[in-house]
Design a protein around this ligand. Structure first.
Ligand code: PLP
Length: 365
């Protein structure tokens, strides 16, 4: 399998399942008495949600999964069977309530329109269902505002909802600890004031590593894939590595240009390697003349504009004996955080953007 994939193009991603399981263990440990709801939205941040979820269900005993859309949830249900909870944390159009019902998906209620339509659906089916109640505490994205939400009236009116948890989302647990504390206080005050004795969930990855969790569930995403912001060393392992090969070698003369639009000129005679990866694979065009790859201990800069399927690197310094070695696009020496720096973005976006055209090869133990 691996041999065929390596020769196919030959650009592929290795997804290391034991590293994912290791990161989940760290998250479990740092969650204190809280239980981990593994966040596998966006196809597991580009890693492949099915395989990851199945693996940690068995290895780590994870029973709760969070996704963003109904199609992600349905797909996961088919793979994981009926013994786990799957929560859609985002919006679900009412046309898809039948799928929510048939697949036993937990829906997130974050405003009265959803409450009204979903409750009506449940009445028509003459059934009850688990829901998450999402509270707004300062992200200003989804949720009922804690200042004026009449939760008692809500529960009386929508008596077919069985509340599986109260949730809020933190806006800046990686950059603003004071604001994070304020959001937690708003959440705690709301729960306390209304005497709500229900499961709760507040922490995302950076909260898990930077704060002490006291809530029922944590919701780590990015840290489980190996990246997080923390001001101390957290023993996380990147789960995705991406490799390719040099498929053609060229010697060019001083003064020649490379790739579309001639944005790179050789300042001396040089050797360049052509690598079959491009922006259609999620290797961003803005890495042109900025990024680098790693070959056998050598850092080789990307030169010229990155094309849709192909790019060029400077291998002048690389010994000939390394010409057929693996080209590390992302991995031990070139992290998703470096990619993010080149792109002016964050590791999350880099990982999610790795397109389906790059085959994922799964390492298990
Ligand atoms: C994506 C998401 C998470 C996970 O966030 P990370 O920063 O990746 O840990 C948690 N909760 C909600 C509601 C989310 O949308």
């Amino acid at each position: 399998m691996l041999t065929r994939i390596k020769t196919l193009r030959p650009t592929y991603a290795v997804i290391d399942l034991p590293s994912y399981s290791h990161n989940i263990s760290i998250a479990q440990h740092l969650s204190g008495r809280g239980e981990v709801m593994a966040i596998v939205k966006a196809n597991g941040y580009g890693h492949g949600a099915d395989r990851l979820a199945e693996y940690i269900m068995k290895k780590n005993g994870i029973k709760n999964f969070g996704v963003a859309t109904i199609s992600e949830a349905v797909k996961l249900r088919e793979v994981l069977g009926n013994d786990v909870n799957i929560t859609v944390m985002g919006y679900i159009d009412k046309n898809f309530y039948p799928e929510v019902y048939e697949n036993n998906i937990i829906l997130t209620v974050f405003d009265y329109y959803i409450a009204e339509t979903y409750h009506k659906f449940l009445q028509e089916k003459d059934t009850n269902a688990n829901v998450v109640i999402k509270l707004e505490t300062g992200m200003n994205r989804l949720g009922f505002n804690t200042d004026n939400f009449d939760i008692c009236g809500f529960m009386e009116k929508y008596d077919r909802f069985e509340i599986s948890m109260f949730m809020t989302h933190l806006s800046s647990s990686d950059t603003d600890f004071e604001y994070t504390n304020l959001q937690m206080k708003r959440f705690d005050d709301f729960m306390h004031k209304n005497r709500l004795d229900y499961p709760t969930s507040v922490f995302n990855s950076s909260a898990v590593v930077n704060f002490r969790n006291k809530y029922t569930y944590t919701r780590p995403g990015i840290m489980t894939y190996g990246y997080v912001y923390a001001d101390y060393e957290v023993d996380l392992k990147p789960v995705m590595r991406i490799y390719s090969k040099i498929v053609q070698i060229k010697c060019i003369k001083k003064g020649e240009s490379v790739s579309y639009n001639r944005t790179f000129y050789a300042l001396r005679d040089m050797t360049i390697g052509v690598i079959p990866v491009g922006y259609a694979d999620g290797y961003f065009r803005c890495f042109s003349n900025r990024g680098h790859v790693y070959i056998d201990g050598y850092r080789c800069p990307v030169i010229g504009n990155i094309c849709m399927d192909i790019m060029m690197v400077d291998i002048t310094e690389l010994p000939e004996s390394s010409y057929s070695s693996d080209v590390e696009l992302m991995g031990e020496h070139v992290t998703a955080e470096m990619w993010a720096e080149w792109a002016g973005s964050i590791s999350y976006e880099m990982l999610c953007a790795i397109s389906e055209r790059i085959p994922r090869v799964y390492n298990s133990d």
